[in-house]
Design a protein around this ligand. Structure first.
Ligand SMILES: [Zn+2]
Length: 118
């Protein structure tokens, strides 16, 4: 959530610095905001359990969240049964957050509060 806010601010700053003269640039910024809006944040492919390679990942959207997948084949499988795989990805993220909670308790509480607002 913090990451999203920073990204939006950066895009707005970019548009201001560019004087908003390029329609293509503006369109690209809008696309980036849309893609960043609801990142599920999973680091493991929910279809095959492979670690997601940030440089080679594909994404699929389900119920307003963008899930990370390791390859196009897994994306196809994801889209055949998105509810199941989205739940697996959400569970992975929840488990990851739980494991980090001990060292990042304060940060996690802030993020939880932001999640509640949304
Ligand atoms: Zn996969």
């Amino acid at each position: 959530m913090v990451k999203r806010a920073v990204g939006v601010v950066a895009i707005v700053a970019l548009l201001i610095s560019a004087g908003m003269t390029g329609a293509a640039l503006a369109q690209e910024a809008v696309t980036q905001v849309t893609q960043m809006a609801e990142d599920a944040g999973n680091t493991v492919c929910p279809v095959c359990n492979a670690m997601i390679d940030e440089n080679d990942k594909v994404t699929a959207e389900y119920e307003g969240k963008v899930y990370n997948l390791c390859c196009d084949g897994c994306k196809e499988t994801f889209l055949e049964d998105p509810a199941t795989y989205a739940a697996l990805a959400d569970a992975e993220v929840a488990a990851l957050q739980a494991s980090e909670a001990a060292e990042e308790t304060a940060l996690m509480e802030m993020e939880a509060e932001e999640a509640d607002i949304e």
